[in-house]
Design a protein around this ligand. Structure first.
Ligand code: ATP
Ligand code: MG
Length: 682
């Protein structure tokens, strides 16, 4: 069976609930100025977008910077705002449209127990030739979240307890997150597929009382044995959870351990009892969850988020930044273990009463048209992903880009890594919609820099992720003096305290690390993003790379990202990484690693030499001879984190023949060999 173009049954909801208090005729300059000059007034207005069980007594408490409190004394609940609040208007609208291209009709023979497992979990799925789908209304979601919360409570989980969610992109992961926030438990979603050791570290760091997992995940058709990893993790952890709640998907049989609890069995009990669990009202500043950073530059940091500020910030961002409306469909193509998926697959679209697409699968399986087919069948309005997925599609047959009707898309947002012009142009050529680069961090939880399609009086500038968003007093400062940089002058991208609502409030149980990692400059008044940037005369920012990715060639400081940008203009280029290696004479030398469309071009010495010269030529032309790469290698792949970021520190270590250090966040181990091989080929 092949799914027809069925428009969603979602009724157009009144967006009154989420934006009634806001005058949308404002210009962005007005909005921004108001947010910076008068943050209490600005955020008091935005706070009206969510439901408060008790109104805040004080909007902003900045008496103990860099620690900031928002909406002090207010009481609310994240889950209530995501789910219960929509029951009146949106009960029959899809809350989630879940799709898995890892499971489809044809695979039913390979996994004979999957169908039964779906039914045991109350999932009415539809099987198609290329994917499996489940639509879940707000009403359905309400029921499932209540069952899940009931199961948690019956197993001793309550307010303040930490729960680790180690799951793939399945609906039960969303229920688990929402159920935790419903009862005031603090969840921490850990990237699926992390090794047992990393799981153990996080169990110990969070002192988790429960761990929620699955029997197995599927990635590119490969079975990932979650349960086994969890067993090992529990064994290694010093602080062991009381229970491991297992959502069995029927993919992989496993031997139950004494602390294991079968979710399907427990759900049945809650379902038969029609369990309803009252939301626990939290003071706005009580933590809602912990989320570790991607670990691109070192050991991940446990970002702690509050409750009220997070809800207000995300709801506002859907309106002001993404221009999304209740009833529309939002698709963030990112794992929920990364900030983008966490904020914009789960919390933000639900807070705003939208339908959220949750996707388990890769961009090019079963074929490179899968994203666009999903867009067509589900009338997706807003898309958001990281450039890495788009670059993967760039490697494929281009005709896949035009086989489906993607006219429902209003805008396509990208974040997480620098977006090169060639990728942006390629995407925009095929989709014909604005491609909006925006910049943020796990720490911020929502965009810091963006172009706002809603306030379109400001033109979109290619190569820039935009200008500072309302609430962020972001500027570029001289790293040594703290003085503001003039237009065109490079510096550190910093944000003056207080950070706006929704940003990290501290590092979990480590206020010291919070201050030393982020506020160690200029008397703790400036938050350091650890990224370099430059602004133009019109106030648009351009990210120049991470502070640890700047190399010093014969006394000249060059951002490796600038060199990468020059290289990516080459028509053969899919992606590239430039790292600096030690050189006796010049201090450091840039080395380029390039993944090209047609790898066979590197097989003959002649065409390879020509490519090398072209790459070097592109760099010299744009940055001058000083940035000339000392070597150009052509690996088949680059090592990346699970969140799609190139692990430059690992590549640098390989290039210098040093140990690669913490590789816990590495997603594609074969790429390490690919990089090594490319240097051997030379
Ligand atoms: P860690 O902090 O553990 O080293 P990480 O910084 O990669 O990992 P994230 O919070 O996922 O963890 O990523 C945020 C970083 O990603 C930013 O600081 C910036 O370096 C980069 N980034 C995000 N969006 C963009 C963008 N649009 N353009 C350029 N860089 C971006
Ligand atoms: Mg970071």
């Amino acid at each position: 069976m092949n799914e027809q173009d069925t428009p969603t049954t979602s009724q157009q909801a009144s967006s009154a609930q989420v934006s009634s208090a806001i005058d949308t005729k404002l210009t962005f300059a007005d909005v921004y100025k108001n947010s910076i000059d008068n943050p209490s007034h600005f955020w008091a207005e935005q706070a009206k977008r969510i439901y408060w069980h008790k109104e805040p007594e004080q909007i902003l408490d900045d008496s103990n910077l860099p620690f900031t409190q928002w909406f002090v004394g207010g009481e609310t609940n994240l889950c209530y705002n995501c789910v219960d609040r929509h029951l009146e208007d949106l009960a029959e609208q899809d809350a989630f449209i879940w799709l898995s291209s890892e499971i489809n009709q044809e695979l039913m023979e390979t996994y004979p127990n999957v169908e039964q497992a779906f039914s045991d979990l109350g999932n009415n799925v539809e099987f198609y030739t290329d994917y499996t789908k489940r639509r879940l209304t707000y009403n359905d979601l309400y029921k499932e979240v209540n069952y899940f919360a009931d199961v948690l409570q019956r197993h001793g989980i309550g307010k303040g307890d930490r729960v680790i969610i180690y799951m793939p992109m399945i609906l039960e992961a969303a229920y688990a997150m929402l159920a935790c926030t419903r009862i005031g438990a603090i969840h921490s979603v850990v990237f699926g597929g992390f090794a047992a050791h990393n799981l153990a570290i996080r169990m110990d760091d969070a002192e988790a009382k429960m761990l929620i997992t699955v029997d197995a995940g599927l990635r590119g058709g490969k079975v990932i044995n979650y349960k086994n990893l969890v067993n090992q993790g529990v064994e290694q952890a010093i602080h062991k959870p009381n229970h491991v709640l297992v959502v069995s998907r029927g993919i992989l049989p496993f031997e139950a351990q004494p602390i294991d609890v079968d979710y399907a069995t427990e759900r049945r009990i809650s379902c038969q009892a029609n369990a309803i669990v009252d939301p626990v009202w939290l003071e706005s500043n009580e933590p809602s969850y912990l989320l570790y950073t991607s670990g691109t530059t070192g050991t991940p940091k446990g970002v702690q988020r509050d409750t009220g500020g997070h809800a207000v910030a995300l709801t506002t961002s859907i309106d002001y930044i993404y221009d999304g409306k209740a009833g529309e469909t939002f698709w963030t193509i990112s794992d929920i273990g990364w900030a983008a998926g966490h904020s914009y697959t789960i919390y933000a679209p639900l807070l705003a009463g939208m339908s959220s697409v949750m996707y388990e699968g890769l961009p090019h399986r079963p074929n490179p048209g899968i994203w666009w087919r999903i867009v067509e069948a589900n009338k997706v309005n807003i898309l958001f992903t990281a450039p890495t997925g788009v670059r993967m599609l760039k490697k494929q047959d281009e005709t896949w880009m035009t086989r489906y009707d993607v006219s429902s898309i209003k805008s396509f947002f990208l974040a997480g890594e620098p977006l090169d012009d060639s990728t942006a142009n390629w995407l925009s050529k095929h989709l014909g919609v604005p491609i909006l680069d925006h910049y943020w961090q796990t720490e911020s939880g929502w965009p810091i820099l963006c172009h706002t399609p809603k306030f379109d009086h400001k033109p979109h500038k290619k190569g820039s992720p935009g200008y500072p968003m309302y609430g962020y007093n972001a500027h570029i400062i001289n790293e040594e003096t703290g003085e503001p940089c003039a237009a065109g002058e490079k510096g550190l991208l910093a944000i003056s305290a207080p950070l706006p609502p929704g940003c990290l409030t501290t590092v979990w149980q480590n206020d010291k690390r919070f201050v030393s990692s982020y506020f160690n400059l200029f008397n703790g008044k400036e938050y350091s993003t650890s990224d370099y940037a430059v602004a133009d005369e019109d106030g648009y920012f351009y990210i120049l790379g991470r502070t640890d990715d700047v190399i010093n060639v014969a006394g000249h400081r060059i951002g490796t990202q600038e060199i990468e940008e020059a290289i990516s203009t080459h028509p053969e280029m899919i992606e590239c990484a430039v790292v600096g290696i030690h050189d006796e004479l010049k201090g450091e030398l840039p080395i380029a690693f390039c993944v090209i469309k047609d790898h066979s071009l590197t097989e003959s010495t002649e065409s390879r030499f020509r490519l090398e010269q072209q790459v070097i030529g592109a760099v010299v032309k744009s940055l001058g001879g000083i940035a000339r790469p000392a070597a150009v290698y052509f690996p088949q792949a680059l090592p990346k984190t699970r969140s799609g970021k190139i692990l430059r520190r690992a590549i640098r270590a390989l290039a210098e023949n040093k140990p690669t250090g913490d590789m816990s966040t590495l997603d594609n181990p074969p790429a390490i060999d690919a990089v090594k091989q490319s240097m051997k080929d030379y």
